[in-house]
Design a protein around this ligand. Structure first.
Ligand code: NAD
Ligand code: UDP
Ligand code: UDP
Length: 313
């Protein structure tokens, strides 16, 4: 059945891949974005498709459209961007969630929230399970993002309890792939761009902190499965790749694939930078039959090819 699907933040990295997949599956897609970090470039391939519609709109303002499903992805995701205008970041998460939940309430649409592993903060539990409440600094430089996303989760669960909305809350762990921004300061894009340019690879801190990196295709598959799961499954559900690497290991992996002669340089660790992060994906495995398929090396190869063509363009 063709569904009218709204994707907020649809011109961003994850959103544009999601729009591709939904159009491929035969749905009507309304992509809403204010182009804060996303761009029309990311969805150019869809512009001529009659089932695709692109709308410039900021989700902190009300939106009146008729849809069956809502994927709420609008929000800058990298520290550089979400810290550039922290007040707007919190507004986007909180007012954006209220408006999209209001829209879901009026239309009866099912709604999925792109939440984040950042709700776990700098965790005391490893790997992180969905029942862990997290350790987040409420007044630090990452708080606009972390607390905004936590409040959005609260709103989702209160609209579910109070108004019986069909909600899905997905906690996304670090994801990488083509269409990441070259300048968004995230570790995968930074290392690849630095290696391709033969510039030094910047390791923050001593590089022993860990992250788990999920390839975008795996992530989008998990997102669609969660949206289509039985109504009882509200989440939160972790979606990520449990393969865990130190930043030093990631730098080595990138250098091996790119070649070149970049050196490692060590720079100060940003404040509140989580020491380790790895998803426990038992819930996704059991209830969605989902697990990631793309190995880090294969995903990095695709991402490197993308950045190589971008830098040459
Ligand atoms: P992105 O920055 O590429 O995409 C976010 C999109 O939202 C952009 O196109 C941006 O222009 C748009 N946007 C921002 N504020 C808006 C507003 N007020 N109104 C309308 N549009 C707005 O980031 P991404 O990596 O694609 O992330 C998508 C979602 O997934 C975000 O909600 C993010 O928090 C979440 N997430 C991503 C990751 C990751 O590793 N990429 C990890 C955890 C969670
Ligand atoms: N809203 C929206 N589109 C809709 C319906 C509601 O953007 O189709 C917004 C509206 O601005 C409202 C918010 O969602 O402020 C929350 O809606 P809800 O019905 O929960 O609350 P209320 O309208 O009672 O404040
Ligand atoms: N990082 C790094 N060098 C960089 C960019 C980031 O060592 O050039 C580190 C950063 O301090 C963090 C990890 O890589 O420990 C992941 O950073 P990113 O901003 O990609 O994601 P997040 O911290 O939000 O998980």
């Amino acid at each position: 059945m063709s569904e009218r699907t709204l994707v907020t933040g649809g011109a961003g990295f994850l959103g544009s891949h999601l729009c591709d997949r939904l159009i491929e599956a035969g749905h009507d897609v309304l992509c809403v974005d204010n182009y804060y970090t996303g761009s029309k470039q990311n969805v150019l391939q869809l512009i001529d498709n009659p089932r695709f519609e692109l709308m410039r709109h900021d989700v902190t303002f009300p939106l009146y459209v008729e849809v069956d499903r809502i994927y709420n992805l609008a929000c800058p995701a990298s520290p550089v961007h979400y810290q550039a205008d922290p007040v707007q970041t919190t507004k986007t998460s909180v007012h954006g969630a209220i408006n999209m939940l209001g829209l879901a309430k009026r239309t009866g649409a099912r709604i999925l929230q792109a939440s984040t592993s950042e709700v776990y903060g700098d965790p005391e539990i490893h790997p992180q399970v969905e029942t862990y409440w997290g350790r987040v600094n409420p007044v630090g430089i990452r708080s606009c993002y972390d607390e905004g996303k936590r409040c959005a989760e609260t709103l989702f669960f209160d609209y579910w309890r109070q108004h019986q909305l069909e909600i899905k809350v997905m906690r996304i762990f670090n994801t990488y792939g083509p269409r990441m921004h070259p300048n968004d300061g995230r570790v995968v894009s930074n290392f690849i761009v630095q290696a391709l340019r033969g510039e030094p690879i910047t390791i923050y801190g001593d590089g022993t902190q860990t992250r788990s990196f999920c390839y975008v295709d795996d992530l989008v598959e998990g997102m669609i499965r969660l949206m289509n799961s039985p109504v009882e499954l509200t989440g939160p559900v972790n979606i990520g790749n449990p393969g865990e690497y130190t930043m030093l290991e990631l730098a080595e992996a990138v250098l091996k694939l790119v070649g070149g002669k970049s050196k490692l340089v060590f720079e100060p660790l940003p404040s509140d930078d989580p020491k380790q992060r790895q998803p426990d994906i038992s819930v996704a495995k059991e209830h969605l039959g989902w697990e990631p398929k793309v190995a880090l090396e294969d995903g990095l190869r695709e991402t490197i090819a993308y950045f190589r063509s971008k830098l040459q363009a």
